[in-house]
Design a protein around this ligand. Sequence first.
Ligand code: NAD
Ligand code: DAU
Length: 339
Amino acid sequence: MTIFVTGGAGFIGSEFIRQIVGTARIINFDKLTYAGNLDNLKEAAKDPDYSLAVGDVCDPQALEAAMPEDCDAVVHFAAESHVDRSIVGAAEFVRTNVLGTQMMLEVARLRRVKRFLHISTDEVGGDMPPDGWFKECDPLEASSPYAASKGAAELFVRAAARTFGMNTLITRTSNNYGPYQFPEKLLPLAISNVLEDRPIPVYGDGLQVRDWVHVTDNCRALRAVLEHGRPGETYHIGGGNPLPNIEVLRTLLKILGKPESLMTRVTDRPGHDRRYAVDFTKTTRELGWRPEISFSDGLAQTIRWYQDNAEWVRRCRSGEYRKYYEEMYGDREATAKAL
Ligand code: NAD
Ligand code: DAU
């Protein structure tokens, strides 16, 4: 089994690779943007059936060169993923998330890939009312440029299935948390700040609700969808536990024995969605998957990981993690030629 993973050096992609390494030949195609961190794959990279191809999903020649003829499956994680960055500048989100997905579909079709799993997000459904749950059949109502680009990408995936008969699957996951998450997203930012007694920026009133799912549970679900999902279908993945941000941060501060005064209100995110909540009953019913890690256990475990991996955080924050070529392959020029 050969699996072509895009964005495998990021937060979720690297967990997916850590879960499947040793069971398949893995090609990790990644541009290594600021979000791509090869520190996340130090152990997995030792496997002889794992290889890295540095390239851009918008570059069809690079994709054709990296994707073998006998590729069984594509798992497409690569994306610009941070909502705040999409508000500052949306162009890179349209390029990577929309054009990049279309290029992936074209090259996968050329290579006759048997299965194409596209990783999307619950944000494509937009704000949920207080008692509403986002279902697979609901309309796309994206609020942020990030969510709009992910919604557009989904439409190209659906079009490829309908027009060319490609065997595609879409997953929409809620907010992931866990080890190796870049410290720009709420939880890793808050944990690493609190560990240094620095304030946590709370957007607006902090009452926005997110449904936290542990990245290990999410990747178990992705594997179930890849193996057993019905072609052309969309599957939701969530933690089943939507919580207001302020409550999440209070729990975090309590676990670490730090004062609530570390929460500092800042200007709200423009267009900020108040509530996400995915209904994943279809995924449970069809695939038998359900989240296994409770939020309280997962959060405590995640905090411990950040405490035990202060060096990983330090390298992220100092930018040292981006010196990957020298560290992983030695001489930079020789590496550039080899790549
Ligand atoms: P991430 O930002 O941590 O990682 C993204 C990865 O994609 C990085 O390795 C980066 O180098 C790579 N990449 C970016 N642009 C690229 C390009 N043009 N060509 C090739 N590689 C490129 O993201 P993540 O949080 O791991 O999210 C992975 C996927 O899951 C994304 O598609 C995201 O939209 C989706 N998702 C994330 C969450 C979440 O909570 N993090 C929830 C739902 C869905
Ligand atoms: O729902 C899935 C999505 O979750 C993914 O598709 C995205 O890739 C991922 O980034 C995430 O988006 P969010 O915007 O929900 O995540 P973020 O961690 O940026 O913010 C979580 C909540 O916390 C949100 O309500 C904004 C708030 N927040 C965030 C940051 C970074 C703060 O209050 N302060 C902060 O400093």
